[in-house]
Design a protein around this ligand. Structure first.
Ligand SMILES: [Zn+2]
Length: 414
């Protein structure tokens, strides 16, 4: 637990009592999928800690894409891990794991002496009811929005679905095959047919329960049909293209997906910043699509890290752009705190969503991530109180909006 000022402490206590909408995860589509395979040692470090391990020099035999570090190469081998774990365990990616290990397994660190026992106990905990125990009972999360290609099916509708937009699925042959199979089609030959297929995908997913569609920031300012067609033909020919080779295809399809989302009254989530060559994920590039599509509601993820001030300025300037702090709390907590202190001056309070953890399995880490989010928001609002610019009651009201009321309204959660 971080040391907090008196005001922040009062707010943190309040945060423990409020309901939370978890705006972003990647957990398996059913609880049975979640618990049906044992959790491996490497999974403790995904997502994100593995990226710090890679950054610190651990050999993953990978060609340098930060986003695609193969976690399964982390074996149950303490000698191989230890020097790198010591390099990264003080970082903010490691902290949710450490908070979770303390709460659920009463250990302060992963060590040579305890790591096997910790993994055994995590697997003993990996049984029916784990989602309810951790996310609903311990975190007080009332709905969790999950991002996958398929619609999630959890008891009592606890998990809602954010579905990858066709723009994220269409840049490989395998992705297009997934879309064809789901839509009951044989094949597509050109970009017009891909647009039509994408529309069917979105209509069917919305009917099945998707409440949102996801895309990403893209450096293509204005979509170009000819360039998109040329990239699509390479994909259809079975060429294995990296994401950056299909930018035009992604941009052209995404533009249509954005129109379709408005027609279906679904918001569009946009990943911004952080990964690998983040110039290709720059939040400033969301400005084009937000401006061109005032009828679509945009859910801007991750505060554009490291260009957080640009994110704030864009969200201020456009009524259809909203700020989602998912994952940003552990990517760069101090950057987030500073930016949000500034954002309170600039962004209307109805446009901010405080939490999403962006995790896959070892769901205990959601608890750790949420604690950090609550600390950060308590520090941000507590600072206002300490400056004499806000009273505690108002700060609590705003906190409830950020964690609960705003996302309820935005995602039309009943
Ligand atoms: Zn995500």
């Amino acid at each position: 637990m971080k040391k907090l000022t008196k005001s922040a402490e009062i707010l943190f206590d309040y945060a423990r009592s409020i309901p939370v909408i978890d705006t972003h995860e990647h957990i398996p589509a059913t609880e049975n999928d979640y618990i049906s395979t044992p959790i491996s040692f490497g999974e403790l470090f995904i997502p994100y800690i593995v990226n710090d391990l890679y950054s610190s020099g651990m050999d993953f035999d990978t060609k340098g894409n930060m986003r695609a570090v193969p976690f399964y190469l982390i074996k149950d081998d303490w000698d191989a891990l230890e020097p790198y774990w010591n390099n990264v365990k003080h970082g903010s990616y490691a902290r949710p794991l450490l908070i979770a290990l303390k709460k659920y397994y009463d250990v302060d660190d992963l060590t040579r002496d305890n790591y096997k026992d910790v993994l055994t106990r995590i697997n003993e905990n990996n049984k029916p009811g784990i989602i309810k125990r951790v996310m609903q009972d311990d975190c007080n999360i009332v709905k969790s929005i999950n991002c996958r290609n398929e619609v999630s099916k959890y008891e009592n509708g606890f998990v809602l679905s954010n579905i990858s937009s066709p723009s994220l699925v269409c840049n490989s042959k395998a992705g297009i095959d997934i879309m064809l199979e789901y839509c009951g089609r044989d094949k597509i030959k050109n970009i017009d047919e891909l647009i039509e297929l994408g529309n069917v995908w979105m209509e069917k997913k919305a009917a099945e329960g998707a409440i949102e569609f996801k895309g990403r920031a893209n450096p293509v300012g204005k979509p170009d049909k000819d360039k998109a067609e040329a990239e699509l033909q390479r994909v259809l020919n079975g060429e294995n293209l990296i994401e950056w080779d299909t930018q035009n295809l992604t941009a052209y399809i995404f533009e249509d997906n954005i129109h379709k989302a408005a027609e279906l009254d679904r918001p569009v989530a946009v990943h911004t910043g952080v990964w690998h060559d983040f110039r290709n994920l720059d939040v400033v590039d969301t400005l084009n699509i937000i401006e061109r599509n005032p009828q679509t509601r945009f859910d801007i993820y991750h505060l554009g890290i490291p260009n957080t001030r640009t994110a704030v300025q864009i969200i201020k300037n456009f009524p259809n752009a909203y700020m989602n702090l998912c994952w940003a709390h552990i990517v760069a907590p101090e950057m987030l705190i500073q930016t949000m202190k500034e954002a309170i001056d600039m962004v209307p309070m109805n446009k901010i969503f405080a939490f999403g953890a962006d995790y896959v399995r070892v769901i205990e880490k959601v608890y750790g991530h949420l604690q950090i989010a609550k600390e950060n928001v308590s520090i941000i609002l507590g600072d206002r109180v300490d400056q004499g610019q806000m009273d505690i009651d108002t700060a609590e009201e705003i906190m409830l909006k950020w964690f609960y009321k705003n996302p309820v309204e935005f995602y039309r959660i009943s």
